[in-house]
Design a protein around this ligand. Structure first.
Ligand SMILES: [Zn+2]
Ligand SMILES: [Zn+2]
Length: 259
């Protein structure tokens, strides 16, 4: 357990890196400036853009994957269902399973994830379409420590990385790889929608003080364990894999213009 702390604190910092820079075109600037960390988001999007139809009536989910690590169709179905349930998108939610890309380094930092995204992402918000981009990576996160693995991260306002090999390694007799993948996808989508207190304000306090951006309730999909190999502990405790936002998360989404 102790070894998890630096991993998740570091992860939380990565996950929250874009918070508080709303609307600024310079938000992807990294310390140093000489090292490019491109997050080609144009125009800037916010959680509210995903939740409401004020600017974008349609949501496109573009998914690229490293060869051999394609997404599970059932996980994508649930992701789409959750987005449809929570976002006002009268023109619908479209899932686009796009490019298979060559294997990379096998160990990815957030910067490396962003660089690959810059290379392969085809769609950005435009017209009435908002875009969520998912990249399924091979190998693992550089924030893994000891036996603790990161299963996914939201590293920008419309950008998610998924570590499918770590997801498979974190499945067990109770939860199949596809079920763990489903939970991770919905969790990362929750971060894009501003949960918890990560761009979408809380109606009632329920953020885990020790794990910023996460729900204190173990039964909520936004619990921190969902995106780590600790998901096994959670599944054992609950006897099932959560796939849904709890009432307090839904209250937050609705108060910020979602459904
Ligand atoms: Zn999280
Ligand atoms: Zn919640």
């Amino acid at each position: 357990m102790r070894t998890l702390v630096p991993v998740l604190v570091a992860f939380a910092a990565a996950a929250l890196a874009w918070q508080g820079c709303g609307g600024s075109s310079g938000r992807s600037t990294q310390a140093g400036g000489a090292t490019p960390a491109p997050v080609p988001v144009a125009p800037a999007v916010s959680a509210r853009d995903f939740l409401t139809d004020a600017t974008y009536r349609h949501l496109l989910v573009e998914i690229d994957h490293v060869q051999g690590h394609a997404p599970s169709p059932t996980a994508l179905q649930v992701l789409r269902a959750r987005l449809e349930e929570r976002c006002h998108k009268p023109d619908g939610v479209t899932i686009l399973v796009d490019d298979a890309i060559p294997p990379g380094s096998g160990v990815y930092s957030v910067a490396e994830n962003r660089a690959l995204e810059a290379q392969h992402r085809d769609h950005h918000a435009s017209g009435t379409t908002a875009v969520l981009y998912l990249l399924y990576l091979d190998g693992r996160s550089d924030q893994d420590a000891g036996g603790a693995r990161v299963l996914g991260w939201a590293h920008g306002p419309s950008s998610v990385g998924i570590f499918r090999e770590s997801i498979v390694a974190s499945s067990n007799l109770v939860a199949s790889p596809a079920e763990v993948e489903t939970a991770v996808l919905v969790h990362e989508a929750g971060h894009i929608l501003g949960l918890v207190n990560n761009g979408t304000p809380m109606v009632a306090p329920h953020e885990d003080a020790a794990r910023p951006g996460h729900d204190v309730d173990e039964a909520c999909i936004m619990h921190w364990r969902i995106e780590t190999s600790e998901i096994r502990t959670l599944i054992t405790n609950l006897g099932a894999v959560p796939t849904q936002f709890d009432a307090r998360c839904i209250d937050d989404l609705r108060a910020s213009g979602g459904r």
